[in-house]
Design a protein around this ligand. Structure first.
Ligand SMILES: Nc1ncnc2c1ncn2[C@@H]1O[C@H](COP(=O)(O)OP(=O)(O)O)[C@@H](O)[C@H]1O
Ligand SMILES: [Mg+2]
Length: 158
């Protein structure tokens, strides 16, 4: 399943739909190059959860925690974790809190993640520096995530 997104605002709308239908304990993986729109999407998710604090890229901190919304949001960026060493991050603790975990650059730690997740792959389809067109591909593993994806697609189609 693939969607075409033509602006940063539409990417936030997709994030909004993801946040509105997210379930506690959910795991969302965001794959895509620098500037693809992973953090922009996460801003929409945060808005849907009622988080008012601005979402900043967790590139340097690896994890940012937002607990003011309808469920905790744990926003992670594994870009600096190329060696895949997660030992400094309490992943079991985050999973235990039954929030929504959003991971940018999950590819370095895939083997350490649960088998069930929703994954979005964001791509720029036009190399022009100011192009705002992106494609988003969806992969849902497990029943709950397939249901989540269906709800999201319903929302963005309407
Ligand atoms: N369709 C789009 N979707 C997402 N971001 C877009 C889009 N078009 C332009 N942009 C811009 O591209 C940048 C994406 O940055 P960011 O979300 O931080 O990317 P990433 O987290 O994937 O590195 C932002 O400046 C955003 O405004
Ligand atoms: Mg980012």
């Amino acid at each position: 399943m693939q969607l075409k997104i033509d602006s940063a605002a539409s990417m936030q709308q997709l994030g909004l739909a993801l946040g509105q239908t997210a379930f506690p304990g959910g795991l969302l993986l965001l794959t895509g190059d620098l500037g693809a729109g992973k953090t922009t999407l996460t801003k929409g998710i945060a808005r849907a959860l009622g988080i008012r604090r601005p979402i900043k890229s967790p590139t340097f901190t690896i994890v940012r925690e937002y607990r003011e919304g309808t469920m905790p949001l744990f926003h992670m960026d594994m870009y600096r974790l190329e060696d895949g060493d997660l030992s400094s991050i309490d992943m079991p603790g985050y999973f235990a809190e039954q929030g929504l975990i959003v991971i940018e650059w999950p590819q370095f730690i895939m083997d350490q993640l649960p088998a069930e997740f929703l994954q979005l792959t964001l791509k720029r389809i036009d190399d022009h520096w100011d192009s705002t067109t992106r494609t988003v591909e969806f992969t849902a593993r497990g029943k709950k995530n397939k249901a989540w994806l269906n709800q999201v697609l319903q929302k963005v189609k309407n």
